[in-house]
Design a protein around this ligand. Structure first.
Ligand code: SF4
Ligand code: SF4
Length: 563
């Protein structure tokens, strides 16, 4: 370590670090456009100029290593003058179209204009005009005029995504970002350039012009697209999810998300295919019913079966809490040993960055929470066989459209009574005898356990009617300014859907009054006090970055994990 001084204060610094890194580690922010902690240094924007004593000229903090005794000033008059000059230079050809720019409100250039610009320009000539709407690839749009040539997007494609798809063409003030010859921006990670871009040059073709950033709330959550469990924020307006963006977690997803996770894991929440109330089959047709009648109907019907004729299929899409309550309900209240869930592994669809071949968020968690057969119980494949042989007659399936597989649909079509939890209409609900509409991952509290064994929190980002009646969710989430907190916008918009654990708690409670839970956190506390691998964990400990299961216990159990 070496001793350095920044703005008059002494700090210890690692000599392998640059000034910008050493300053950042000590809570001192130096303005920058082109520098990014995960990209190589390009040193082209000059925004991070600082004064180093005994150096005749200002130096760029992103490319200058600290040295013992170095005295650095990031704030004095000379530095400010340089920052003003850089801002004036960058803004010469910038179109200043903030009122119609998607980036407005979260734009580095806009923020720095307030902080480091003098607010006037001496440039009186015509700005250089460039294309405003260039489709770089399926998911990203480029406004060339807004680009400040920082090269972050170019370096991301080369260094992180491993696909050099973006380049600069031309020179001087005619330089333009473009795709490399014969290429388009179509890496599975292409949309990360949108957040990397410090201005509004790169925008999402999906989200473009849908909302201003200040109109939305953002809620910390976890992507449900695969077992990585990327940390992300859910952005909501009018109780509708409009976009997902990555949230920094160096141990899980760093600064990134894949495009599939961003685009294809939330639209079902907004879908008009959502189920709005419990449904039962009457005279061959599915009809809506109330929650009370639906639960009474299920309890009445299920009593017609012997416990060994019933099986439960949990879900790797459901939370640890939902799966825990399900396993307990099936094994203790119903008394069946036949409990398992279906795996969703797609071989060959994994890479070295983030994407996992397990396309669910909670395979490990479902298992660890207890969704596996008891002694002499059947696993998933054996359950299907036992349906064919008429040994099993009543099947309870949680939130997983397993009937998309034709052989599973054929088997489940033969059961006498099929109970399904699902947020949307699908192949499975089409053959069910009773369907309970469930809250999605964006409408409830809970946890997922990713492939590393890291338990991570999800939180309600959009409001349901059920939340008006209970305290769970409201106390633990940051609420949507226009949505959940403002009835004027959401009155007709809140679905009467419930988390799986609450539905199961209501059903079980009519059979055994002691089986009752009031919140996801209460379930998690029970889970962590009864299951070894969750021991010591709490919502507080998990926080916003997650906490590990007891790994030793996971490994010990692996032998019984195969189904
Ligand atoms: S498009 Fe954005 S990230 Fe790419 S070079 Fe231009 S300003 Fe930088
Ligand atoms: S890698 Fe997996 S968890 Fe991450 S964003 Fe993509 S689908 Fe979601």
């Amino acid at each position: 370590m070496v001793k350095i001084k920044i703005n008059g204060n002494e700090y210890q610094a690692d000599p392998s670090k640059t000034i910008i890194e050493a300053a950042r580690e000590n809570g001192i922010s130096i303005p920058h456009f082109c520098w990014h902690p995960r990209l190589s240094v390009s040193g082209n924007c000059r925004m991070c100029l600082v004064e180093v004593e005994k150096s005749p000229k200002l130096v760029i903090a992103c490319a200058t290593k600290v040295a013992d005794g170095m005295v650095i000033n990031t704030k004095n008059e000379r530095v400010e003058k340089a920052q003003n000059a850089v801002m004036e230079f960058i803004l010469i050809n910038h179109p200043l179209d903030c009122p119609i720019c998607d980036e407005a409100g979260e734009c580095k250039l806009q923020d720095y204009s307030y902080k480091y610009d003098k607010g006037v320009s001496r440039f009186e000539e015509e700005k250089v005009r460039k294309p405003k709407r260039v489709e770089l690839g399926p998911n990203v749009m480029l406004d060339v005029e807004r680009c400040i040539m920082c090269s972050r997007c170019v370096r991301f494609c080369d260094e992180i995504a491993g696909k050099p798809q973006l380049v600069f063409s031309n020179r001087g003030d005619h330089v333009e970002l473009t795709t490399a010859p014969g290429e388009k921006l179509d890496t599975p990670y292409s949309m990360n350039v949108i957040e990397l871009c410090p201005v509004g040059a790169l925008t999402s073709r999906d989200f473009r012009f849908k909302a201003r950033v200040w109109e939305m709330s953002s809620t910390e959550s976890i992507c449900r697209g695969c077992a990585r469990g990327c940390n992300m924020n859910i952005w909501v307006r009018n109780n509708e999810i409009l976009r997902l963006t990555p949230r920094l977690n160096p141990e899980v997803n760093d600064y990134w998300m894949c495009d599939n996770g961003r685009l294809n894991t939330f639209k079902y929440v907004n879908s008009d295919q959502r189920i709005k109330s419990p449904m039962i089959t009457k005279d061959g047709e599915m009809v809506e019913t109330s929650w009370e009648e639906g639960i009474a109907y299920l309890v009445h019907k299920i009593q017609n079966f012997k416990k060994n004729e019933i099986a439960g299929i949990g879900s790797p899409f459901a939370t640890n809490e939902d799966n825990y309550v399900f396993a307990k309900f099936m094994k203790q209240i119903i008394g069946t040993p036949h409990v398992d869930f279906s795996r969703h592994i797609v071989e060959g669809e994994e890479d070295n960055l983030l994407i996992r071949n397990d396309k669910t968020p909670n395979t490990l968690g479902a298992f660890e929470a207890g969704v596996y057969p008891s002694e002499k119980g059947y696993n998933f494949q054996q359950i299907l066989k036992a349906i064919e042989s008429k040994e099993l007659k009543c099947i309870y399936v949680l939130c997983d459209d397993i009937a998309v597989a034709p052989e599973v649909r054929d088997a489940l079509s033969k059961v006498d009574f099929l109970i399904v939890h699902s947020p949307i209409k699908n192949t499975l609900t089409a053959i069910a005898d009773i369907v309970f509409p469930t809250a999605t991952y964006a409408e409830k509290n809970g946890t997922f356990t990713n492939f590393q064994g890291r338990v991570q929190r999800i939180r309600p980002a959009i409001a349901t009617a059920e939340m008006d009646r209970s305290s769970d969710g409201m106390s633990l989430s940051r609420w949507d300014k226009f949505g959940a907190q403002n009835d004027k916008w959401t009155k007709g918009n809140k679905l009467d859907v419930r988390p799986t654990w609450r539905i199961l708690s209501s059903i079980a409670n009519t059979i055994n009054p002691k089986f009752r839970y009031n919140s996801a956190e209460e379930i998690f506390n029970e889970l962590s006090s009864t299951i070894d691998s969750f021991k010591g964990l709490s919502y507080l400990k998990i926080g916003s970055k997650g906490a590990f299961l007891n790994k030793k216990t996971i490994n010990e159990k692996k032998s019984i994990k195969v189904s």
